[in-house]
Design a protein. Structure first.
Length: 89
């Protein structure tokens, strides 16, 4: 099963889960996660269901391709990391 890992920075506000999913794409994995952890949705997605500007997702070491569709394919053993995008110097 693919694993979704959320940044520990969220731990200040809520329990940070490590989620296993059999979803075959990123959108399906996120939707399944948000069904169990609805508070996470507002952290990761905006009101239109798109990835928030301050969030970045890596799948098996590669940045997700589309912030709107979130249709990146997941392998059964994919590691997905959801974290805040950092900027500045």
């Amino acid at each position: 099963m693919a694993h979704l890992n959320f940044t520990q920075q969220l731990g200040r506000f809520m329990t940070v889960p490590r989620v296993e999913t059999d979803a075959t794409d990123l959108r399906g994995a996120l939707d399944a996660c948000f069904a169990d952890y609805p508070r996470l949705r507002g952290y990761v997605l905006d009101e239109q269901g798109q990835l928030r500007e301050n969030v970045v997702i890596f799948i098996d070491g590669q940045r997700s391709r589309d912030r709107r569709l979130l249709d990146d394919a997941l392998a059964p053993d994919s590691q997905v990391y959801i974290l805040q995008a950092l900027s500045g110097g």
